[in-house]
Design a protein around this ligand. Sequence first.
Ligand code: FES
Length: 370
Amino acid sequence: MQPIAFTPIQLLLNSSGIFVALMVVVTSLLLLAERYLLNYGTCKVDINAGERTLETEGGNTLLHTLLENEIFIPSACGGHGTCGFCKATILEGGGPVLPTEVTFLSRAEQRAGVRLSCQVKIRNDVKIKIPEELFNVKMFDGKVISTRSVTHDIKEIRFSCDNPDTINQRPGQYVQMQIPTPDGPVYRAYSISSAASQNNLVELNVRLIPNGVGSTYLHSLKVGDPVNFTGPYGEFHLNEDPNTEIICVGGGAGMAPMKNIIYSIYEKWPNRSVWLFFGCRGTRDVFYLDEYRELAKKFPSFKIKYALSDPVKDGEKWDDEKGFIHLAVDKYISADTPRQAFLCGPPPMIDAVTKILENKGVKDIFYDKF
Ligand code: FES
């Protein structure tokens, strides 16, 4: 019988296979040891210099501890460390930044102690800082009150707020819809398109993403279906000075915060100057244009420019801008008045528009890239 001979490559593969298997076993043992042998006892989480103090069993993540105590920090990936939403500043305790967090944190954030709360395990008392307004975020029970297709792939869906029955949102904020999956609920963020004064409902514009877990679920909902969502969240802050002109630039489902901002403004400041620039590929992506033209008849200081980036097809009617939307922004925004801008849409659009606005002296710019 011939002895079995291994080539150097086979030996390498065999040994690296054994090494990987060993690492998996060691990691599993360490996790089990941490879970069952290490007892960190009860740990304290001090929030915003004693504003609230939570107690949790050591070994829990910070995200889990906050959610358990109904502090609804944003978390779109269910704590898997893939969305980067769940940031909190750790002032004391918390250990070093993990490799899983690095891609989501700028150097300045790392220096300031910002961490992904889903990746921080509490093994001792910690002191943290979170934005004050997160204390106002609530979990809502609601129902679908209407659903309609506004384009071939975007639905406008409205939900009632049943418990609690009021949502106090600022124009441009968003909610996180709870999406049931076989592995438990996950959350997906959607901007609110209804005006802030409509405080007993939440309206969204949801684009159907092929195989998208959130949009597929939301597009399948029917009137009367129960839903849960948390909110409101968001960094957009509308300048309250009515002399500040507002520039809204959106594309696709990036319409939602623009609609909220525009309607909220005209309920409060009928003479305020507002521009809406909206980029679409073709005519089948255009929505809310007739509604906005009606609004502009009532409030002449509201100016609307829609632009189609694809060529207009034979037989189609189009009487507005052609080309990318940043070109329309460049063409119409010129006067040197105090301005604030809100941008929402794909990253190349936001980058191009930001450049143009900055060149025109606009510094107060909020944006949401998606
Ligand atoms: S919850 Fe998504 S990164 Fe933490």
